[in-house]
Design a protein around this ligand. Structure first.
Ligand SMILES: Nc1ncnc2c1ncn2[C@@H]1O[C@H](COP(=O)(O)OP(=O)(O)OP(=O)(O)O)[C@@H](O)[C@H]1O
Length: 477
């Protein structure tokens, strides 16, 4: 308790913290809360599960209690689920203030949101796309006077990933005052520092937890080298093993696409595993329902795309399984950070195929740690291989009978229209690119083939020469 008092927080906030079991400040809180209370911009980079949310929520609530008005603070975050989680922390910690918050995310009713915004909530927690839509289309609210702008998972908000937030962010940055405190947090800030400095311009206080290894100490990180075709059998085997050995463990499985996520969930259900899926092709209500079932441990297995890779705080998660090796070390760091949070233990297992070894090397290089092999009796996996592969195929056929692919196509078209692009032109462009790519590939293969033939011929010639030499030698003897 004393620790928080020393940082300059009021006793009512410290009482609220203790109700959440937050008794002693974590390193990021200890270092970032004082400069934020002093009024400085802040960039905080600390490992997953180290309490970054409270590091900005606590000082903001304290400042809000000094001078309460709406809209006081805007928090931006890349995913809808994360927005709800952050709002929850504000609500619990800010209860004595009678805090009014408002969550502005896609997939929810826009009119109801506009109404809520017009009622001047103290804190708005939003995903950039939907908030930018409100700014463009409505004049019933203003964020011109906010005191705090927070970018949680700041590096993700500023990078141009598969969901590009930069244009929406531009709209939002033009709508907030230049005189504000900007707080940027993430477990992986360092490679976007330059971009971040353009958002937090007032000589920001930068704090990074210094540690050789970039992942959490309590996390046991393993890999299994598996042939691509046997991957699903390994997955089923691992889940069965963990379920048999640790009834109370929750498991998060990450996949690379929505379709794989959907199919694997169907497959796990066929094997009677209590699993739910979470990906961006699901309706928002289904997404929330799935997450609630997993959080309450009614379903102990969550199979998700990277939409769940960042920020989600579910203390019961003991194991993270990467069904695919993440293409970027950064994504690996966030995915495996869903376990071993706030000082707890946890395990992460990455299924690595023969094509992914270079990705593992990149991950190891970035986190500064070698993954250890997770030993499995291959014989036991092979016993279930046929059954698993047949079940997966059946699930694929079942999914083909639904409108899953069609919906995906519609979603893609919607996204392109929103980005101001013509979907038909884009499709044509993509087809042309695909054609060029194929031609290039064919050309490359042709060259490789010719080179190989040359090499083979050379070897043949050498062999022949050697053979002749030996023959001559023998004849001379
Ligand atoms: N000082 C503290 N002592 C103990 N637990 C804490 C403390 N501060 C926060 N926590 C708890 O630790 C958990 C993780 O915190 P939080 O979600 O803020 O992590 P994070 O650093 O934002 O992680 P990520 O990078 O994954 O988003 C939460 O359940 C939170 O309530």
């Amino acid at each position: 308790m004393e620790g928080f008092l020393r940082l300059g927080l009021s006793s009512w906030l410290i009482d609220q913290c203790s109700q959440l079991g937050i008794l002693k400040p974590s390193s990021v809180q200890e270092n970032c809360i004082p400069p934020i209370l002093e009024g400085r911009d802040c960039m905080g980079c600390a490992k997953t599960g180290s309490g970054k949310t409270a590091a900005f929520v606590l000082p903001i609530l304290q400042k809000l209690s000094d001078d309460p008005f709406g809209i006081f603070c805007l928090v931006l975050t890349p995913t809808r689920e994360l927005a709800y989680q952050i709002a929850e922390q504000f609500r619990v910690l800010g209860k004595p203030l009678g805090l009014k918050d408002c969550i502005i995310v896609g997939g929810m009713d826009m009119v109801a949101q506009a109404l809520e915004l017009s009622r001047k909530p103290h804190i708005v927690i939003a995903t950039p796309g939907r908030l930018a839509d409100h700014i463009r289309s409505s004049n019933t609210f203003s964020i011109k006077k906010i005191r705090f702008l927070v970018l949680d998972e700041a590096d993700r908000l500023l990078e141009q990933g598969c969901t590009d937030f930069t244009q929406d962010l531009q709209v939002i940055l033009e709508a907030v005052p230049a005189q504000r405190q900007t707080l940027l947090f993430s477990a992986t800030l360092t490679d976007t520092l330059q971009e971040l400095k353009t958002v937090a311009m007032n000589k920001p206080f930068f704090w990074e937890s210094i540690s050789e290894v970039k992942t959490v100490e309590q996390l046991d990180q393993r890999y299994i080298l598996v042939p691509e075709k046997v991957k699903d059998a390994y997955l089923v085997y691992l889940i069965q093993k963990f379920q048999d050995e640790h009834e109370d463990w929750s498991i998060m499985i990450f996949t690379n696409t929505c379709k794989t996520c959907q199919i694997l969930n169907m497959m796990l259900r066929e094997f009677s595993f209590p699993s739910v899926a979470l990906h961006s092709m699901m309706k928002q209500k289904q997404r929330f329902a799935a997450l609630a079932k997993f959080k309450s441990s009614v379903f102990k297995i969550l199979i998700a795309t990277d939409v769940a890779a960042r920020g989600l705080d579910i203390p019961t998660v003991q194991v993270v399984i990467n069904h695919n090796t993440p293409g970027l070390p950064k994504i690996y760091i966030h995915r495996v950070g869903r376990t071993a949070r706030a000082g707890r233990n946890g395990m992460a297992i990455t299924l690595v195929t023969q094509y992914d070894i270079h990705l593992v090397h990149a991950i190891e290089g970035q986190i500064n740690l070698k993954l250890e092999e997770f030993k499995v009796k291959e014989k036991d996996v092979l016993k279930i291989l046929t059954q698993v592969n047949v079940t997966r195929r059946e699930c694929e056929i079942k999914l083909e009978c639904t409108d899953f692919d069609e919906k995906k196509e519609i979603n893609k078209r919607k996204q392109l229209i929103l980005e101001g692009k013509d979907p038909d032109l884009e499709a044509k462009r993509k087809a042309e690119l695909e054609k060029i790519k194929k031609q290039k590939k064919k050309f490359k293969e042709h060259i490789q083939e010719t080179m190989q033939k040359k090499r083979d011929a050379q070897v043949q010639r050498k062999r022949k020469k050697k053979h002749l030499r030996e023959k001559k030698k023998k004849a001379a003897q």
